[in-house]
Design a protein. Structure first.
Lengths: 336, 336
DNA sequence: CTGTTAGCGCGTTCAT
DNA sequence: ATGAACGCGCTAACAG
């Protein structure tokens, strides 16, 4: 552990000359520079981050905050965020809130410790309390949801896909394929994540002049096990009442696949399934699942880029980037 | 952004009293403490991490370095590492090396910047150059591989599972099930990850007095696509020459499953498959894959705990924790 | 071109 | 119990 003072002593130069030599900023003779560089190497000198940060207020770290790390949905985003940051010499710090609003606020609050230069946050519920905390943090933030703001200069941007559209697209696709009875396998509809998808489903039915039938909606919890259990239960009680199903995420879709297999229902011949999310699981399942890609990669990439624009170029005005989900056809749907 | 100086002015106390009041260390009257706490709240005071770190040399951050983030294998480990760290108020910084030895060394070198308190590193190749850098960093490090050391006090520990045993267990299981011709689908055998698995496979054959037949070994690259292509190719050229197969990771196993489906080979009736890794993909595939769990969770947890012992309790002696892989039976194997 | 000086914000002496 | 003073290591302004 050596410092610029050690190098100073070693070379007979002052610490500030050493600093200039190493940073390349400010005047410094070739000769001094060479001496310093040699001594630095010899002493194994590496600048201490904390000292730099204290001085110049740059930490070269960004926080990525997600609801939980137990969901493959975030995986793609994480990778892209990491990739963008890496290119700019930034590190990603991972934090998760366990779907807990208090925890979420705690983490946003921690921004004030200035141990990161900004944050990307993915939440199921951007309520006013959270937004207030985000605003008062004063740090650059990117939300991966839509948030309606009427100020042209906020400290946050948004990069997101419209979840309603995703459910809409999935439902509309099944209808277009000739399915008359299209069901929905959904998670908690108290959360934004849940009710937005339900709304998209309802809108698609409405646009096709089909009345919404609550009995075709199966409530579960966004997990594979949940999907399996609730759909098994449903089949046990009511039998196969639909020919098409929109599963609100891949995990539930796979659970549903297993339930069908057990009940000897052939997918897609007897039941066509479209899932939302299009994670890698879709192409591991059999049949491979037709799914709506939520543009996780692009959202991650765009979010990271938006953040870096603020951090590095000092952009102040608010940008909203909205992306369209995209249907990926595989083998879990047939025409009726 | 307020500092202890601001609070000092606000309360009429000196910065050092404020510091004591807030930290609880050192003398401080109740009265002063209350005044300070109130002012701190009012001013929205939050200590700046960089200043703390500079002073006390604690960053509350740990680096987790993995070869790539494009592999679900690391997912479970990441979660556990994160969980353990979180409980102790630590954050995880993610870094990936893209299987690049130079990059790996760069990252280890960056430890000297003291921007983390320690590191967990997962590498395919702990060669002497890398180990040298790890040693000279002087930082607490945990390797997730076995590394033979003859010194009782190093700055690193190991927490790992024996990959040879994993391949051994998988192979031996198939042999025990009555399979005579057991093949191997393996990745790059230049890397530790590859050759150790190959060795385990060979050892199992040897122990059952079956001679190693190179023709039953299919070389690929640890990806799903690679598994699909190479196994398709193999089937195309030689047909089905085996009744059992050990796939050296889940992704290749799933690729192989797809190749079989295309060639109308029924798994497990015609070909039994055991994969290594037991990631979540195994139970998404059909048939669900029998797999050897590499104890990713436990490795992650133990690695993080070892690291925290060094960081927080100052342990100096070296600990090696070795875990046994565990076979998880599902539906991709039949008795012969 | 170089050295002196003065912070960045916090924590820890050491006097008082 | 409190405050003054200093140092953690680096950077930048200024004087020389």
């Amino acid at each position: 552990m050596s410092t610029i003072y050690d190098i100073g002593k070693e070379t007979g130069l002052s610490p500030s000359t050493v600093a200039r030599a190493l940073s390349g900023r400010g005047y410094c003779s070739e000769e001094a520079k060479i001496k310093v560089e040699r001594a630095a190497k010899r002493l194994n000198y590496v600048p201490v981050q904390a000292a730099k940060s204290l001085k110049n207020k740059i930490t070269k770290k960004v926080m990525f905050c997600i609801p939980d790390i137990y969901n493959p949905y975030y995986f793609d985003m994480m990778r892209e965020v990491n990739n963008v940051l890496e290119k700019q010499g930034y590190y990603m710090i991972l934090a998760h809130t366990g779907h807990n609003a208090e925890k979420e606020m705690e983490i946003v609050d921690s921004l004030k410790e200035r141990f990161v230069d900004g944050m990307i946050i993915l939440s199921f519920n951007f309520d006013d309390r959270l937004m207030e905390k985000i605003r008062t943090s004063g740090m650059p933030v990117v939300l991966t949801n839509h948030y309606d703001s009427f100020s042209d200069e906020e400290n946050f941007d948004c990069a997101y896909v419209d979840y309603r559209k995703a459910a809409y697209i999935a439902t509309e696709y099944l209808l277009r394929k000739g399915h008359k009875k299209v069901g929905l396998l959904v998670g908690d509809i108290e959360e934004q994540m849940g009710y937005e998808r339900l709304e998209g489903y309802q809108k698609a039915l409405e646009d096709s002049h089909i009345s919404y039938n609550e009995k075709l909606v199966v409530h579960s919890d966004f997990t594979k096990e949940g999907g399996y259990e609730k759909y098994s239960e449903y089949l046990g009680q009511k039998g196969l009442t639909m020919t098409g199903l929109v599963a609100c995420n891949d995990l539930m879709g796979i659970g549903c696949l297993q339930a069908c297999r057990e009940k000897k229902i052939v997918v897609p011949d007897q039941l066509s399934i479209v899932t939302l999310d299009n994670t890698d699981y879709c192409s591991c399942a059999y049949p491979e699942l037709t799914s709506v890609d939520m543009r996780q990669k692009q959202v991650g990439q765009n979010a990271a880029e938006l953040l870096m624009e603020r951090i590095q170029q000092g952009r102040r005005y608010t940008k909203m980037i909205s992306l369209m989900p995209r249907l990926v056809e595989r083998n879990s749907v047939v025409d009726m």
